[in-house]
Write a new protein. Structure first.
Length: 410
């Protein structure tokens, strides 16, 4: 099919546009299907992990079922046993207050209870003053939303405004209604906190050990990657950028470890001793000195990758060492990476706490002597190469002293 424009016959583009539109729809449908498949894969993997044994996935399942059970129990107590037709408030509060730790449940119970009391009282007072639901909403909700930003309420302040909306929408206001809702909130808070504290109380000790082991493994992987690249002696700014990104991921893992340590400390607060023993793993969490040690390891690796990035930059003065020195240094980093992997296995109980083999220790000392000899040779070639090799050797020695404590060396 053609069309005539200015005396020139041109082919119509309607079919082309239709084909492009069809391709776009097909591409969009393919993306949606791929996204759904990924989500199904993630859900299936989480379900298998929860079924296999203890872990973060099983903890989430337990916590979710506890929250549902607390809501059901609050409804039974409020609606069935006490005969309250408005037991929704108790179930709502109980559901929300089954938190990741008993301490956070108690803290949020106090914050939410205060917010609910404020919302109920202000809504009832506004209705008494204005005499209309709309006027009460206009008077109370803005004040409650401003009050929700008060730090003392934490992230529970918004429940003051939602309680006011619920109170005014139901039409039940006054002294008796205020006391009724506050009583329901108190009932739900007691049930939610009790369920969380007495039924498989959450104790987060496993996450600390897992994150420490992952940090050790990832540190060893990064050192092995750097060693493999240095052996080629053709590493450049692109390789150095990859090392810098990997060290940044290592620092992110360190932040995750610190977060897990905070959760571990909080989960032990206000938790009953006998019930805590049910949830405590067979082995306690590693001491906090381990966190500090691997924090120093991460810092040394970061400094090492920065030094390599500077040496790889053609616009900077420092120069990389020559081939033999780089190969010796690569072997040294490989040994340190092996020590990191051994520490990771020790932390999860997959390996013993035995000291490194005498052969590795002897190789480490020999490589150190070779690099020191190379440092003296580089000193005669100029300060640029000497500075880089000296910095790299210093960071390697720091890493070796941290990853293999003095008491474990041969």
């Amino acid at each position: 099919m053609t069309r005539v424009t200015d005396g020139v016959r041109r082919p119509a583009r309607r079919g082309t546009r239709a084909a492009e539109s069809t391709r776009r729809r097909e591409f969009g449908g393919t993306r949606v299907i791929s996204a759904l498949r990924r989500e199904v894969h993630y859900v299936g993997r989480a379900a298998r992990a929860a079924w296999r044994g203890p872990g973060r996935e099983r903890d989430l399942v337990v916590q979710s079922l506890k929250a549902a059970g607390a809501a059901l129990l609050a409804w039974l107590v409020g609606s069935v046993w006490l005969g309250d037709p408005m037991a929704l408030m108790a179930s709502w509060v109980a559901l929300i207050l089954v938190q990741a730790t008993v301490y956070s449940s108690l803290l949020q119970a106090a914050q939410q209870f205060a917010a609910i009391c404020a919302g109920t009282v202000l809504a009832s007072a506004a209705l008494a003053v204005t005499g209309s639901t709309l006027g009460a909403l206009a008077l109370s909700v803005p004040v409650l939303m401003l009050l929700a930003n008060w730090p003392r309420f934490g992230d529970q302040g918004v429940f003051g405004a939602t309680t006011a909306l619920f109170t005014l929408a139901s039409g039940a206001a006054g002294a008796s209604a205020v006391g009724h809702r506050v009583g329901q909130a108190a009932l739900g808070a007691v049930i939610g906190v009790a369920v969380n504290a007495l039924v498989l109380p959450p104790v987060h000790l496993r996450d600390v050990r897992e994150n420490l082991a992952a940090l050790a493994r990832e540190a060893g992987d990064l050192l092995h990657t750097v060693a493999a690249d240095l052996r080629e002696t053709e590493w450049n700014a692109q390789s150095a950028a990859g090392w810098s990104k990997a060290s940044a991921r290592l620092e992110h893992r360190l932040e995750t470890l610190h977060s897990a340590r905070r959760w571990s400390r909080e989960s032990l607060r206000l938790t009953s001793g006998p019930l805590r023993g049910i949830r405590r793993p067979a082995t306690p969490a590693p001491p906090e000195a381990e966190d500090e040690r691997w924090s120093r390891v991460t810092g040394h690796i970061r400094a090492l990758t920065r030094a390599l990035a500077v040496a790889a930059d053609e616009d900077r003065t420092p120069l990389p060492p020559d081939g033999p020195a780089l190969r010796a240094y690569a072997r040294l980093l490989e040994l340190i990476g092996d020590a990191c992997h051994a520490e990771g296995r020790r932390l999860v109980g997959a390996g013993g706490e035995e000291a490194p083999e005498d052969r590795s220790e002897a190789t480490m000392l020999q490589l150190r002597r070779e690099l020191q000899d190379g440092l003296r040779e580089h000193a005669g070639q100029g300060a640029a190469r000497t500075t880089v090799l000296g910095t790299l050797l210093l960071q390697a020695e720091n890493l070796w002293s941290e990853t293999v404590p003095a008491g474990q060396r041969g």
